[in-house]
Design a protein around this ligand. Structure first.
Ligand SMILES: C[S@@+](CC[C@H](N)C(=O)[O-])C[C@H]1O[C@@H](n2cnc3c(N)ncnc32)[C@H](O)[C@@H]1O
Length: 354
């Protein structure tokens, strides 16, 4: 018997449980949570889902150019710290560190921040050459962050935070709960979430709704406050607040590369994700002193920052399997309806003293 199912059953004897609490239990229970297990969920074979990093180094290579441009804007500081919260296996950091060259490579220090034990084990291997050269290091999620200049970047961090689905039923706000007989939408006071949703809509219609991530302000503050100057960049699955409301955002379960809405099943054995409300993320970052906040499709961001024609010409000289893998990586991140159009990139800038 799944120990989290047992725990949930006993919790249900006291009454319905909000979906966000079920998500928190499934992902972050200290021993049995999906992101606290010792075996990693990522990749293709026998795993539950893959991220942009499984497709190849293109995201890291593009990030390297974007961060180098940020370093230039900052006046080429001697130390440029790139903090990655939710860094998982450290593959994006590895691809970034592999791609940088020259004086920027000397200035860059990559910091991996993620308490996921399976991911950390994998990151120790992926980052080994850079750890031994002091170009990469780990920090614990609870460790206070010293002020730094550089960048905070993440890939699929914010969609992994517990979130609560809310829906407008024409008269009241309802929230998704788990009851002893299954999921149910129950009338409740949405508090701050309701104020936000109303402020983001031209007029709510029956079944409009969105997700509310309670932990978002705290995490945004924890990450943005120590950034003295530089770039905040988040790659994630989500939309602007008004589009989420119109779509009726919900929680999704990823298991063995298929996706469904059964967020309450196989707790601890399946990934759970929620759309990111990019308008709220930008709003919170503005409150932390960031400016120029905007988000765009990942495909457009890649096309803006990567010299794809030049790279394409270079790939021509690679052996066939590698050339095909690079091309596939490019297509996945740039073609319509593929990963690059499902993900968005949010950027904001912190001026020194801002
Ligand atoms: C969907 S995974 C993404 C991992 C990696 N970025 C990738 O793309 O493969 C989300 C990760 O965020 C981590 N995470 C969740 N909350 C976090 C927090 N407050 N600080 C740092 N990491 C966090 C989880 O442990 C998990 O490893």
């Amino acid at each position: 018997m799944n120990p989290l199912t047992d725990l949930l059953q006993s919790r249900l004897t006291q009454g319905p449980v909000p979906a966000a609490e079920v998500m928190a239990l499934g992902l972050y229970h200290p021993e049995q949570g999906y992101y606290r297990r010792l075996e990693g969920p990522w990749g293709f074979d026998g795993k539950d889902y893959y991220t942009a990093l499984d497709l190849g180094p293109l995201l890291g290579q593009t990030l390297a150019l974007r961060l180098e441009a940020a370093w230039e804007c900052l006046g080429r500081p001697a130390r440029f710290t790139a903090l990655e919260p939710g860094a998982g296996r450290g593959w994006l950091g590895r691809d970034l560190l592999k791609a940088v060259t020259g004086p920027f490579a000397e200035a860059l220090v990559y910091v991996h921040r993620d308490d996921n034990p399976a991911a950390k084990q994998a990151a120790e291997i992926a980052l080994a050459p850079f750890l031994s050269q002091n170009r990469a290091r780990f920090c614990e999620q609870g460790d206070p962050l010293e002020p730094f200049t550089g960048c905070v970047f993440s890939n699929e961090l914010f969609d992994a935070l517990p979130a609560q689905p809310w829906r407008w039923d024409g008269e009241n706000w309802t929230r998704e709960m788990l009851t002893a007989s299954g999921p149910d939408w129950q009338v409740a006071d949405p508090g701050e979430a309701g104020v936000w949703f109303v402020s983001q809509s031209d007029g709510l219609e029956n079944r409009d709704g969105s997700v509310w991530c309670e932990a978002l302000p705290g995490l945004v503050h924890e990450l943005a406050a120590p950034l003295e100057a530089g770039l905040f960049l988040a790659v994630d699955y989500g939309e602007a607040a008004d589009r989420l409301l119109a779509k009726g955002a919900d929680l999704r379960r990823f298991k063995a590369h298929s996706v469904d809405g059964l967020w309450h099943e196989d707790l601890g054995e399946a990934d759970l994700t929620a759309d990111v409300d990019f308008t709220r993320l930008a709003h919170l970052l503005e409150g932390e002193g960031l400016t120029g906040l905007a988000h765009q499709e990942l495909s457009r961001w890649v096309r803006t920052h990567a010299p794809l024609d030049q790279w394409g010409a270079q790939w021509m000289s690679l052996p066939d399997p590698e050339r095909r893998a690079r091309t596939e990586n490019l297509l996945q991140l740039t073609l319509p309806n593929m990963m690059g159009s499902r993900f968005r990139v949010l950027e904001g800038w912190k001026e020194r003293g801002g």
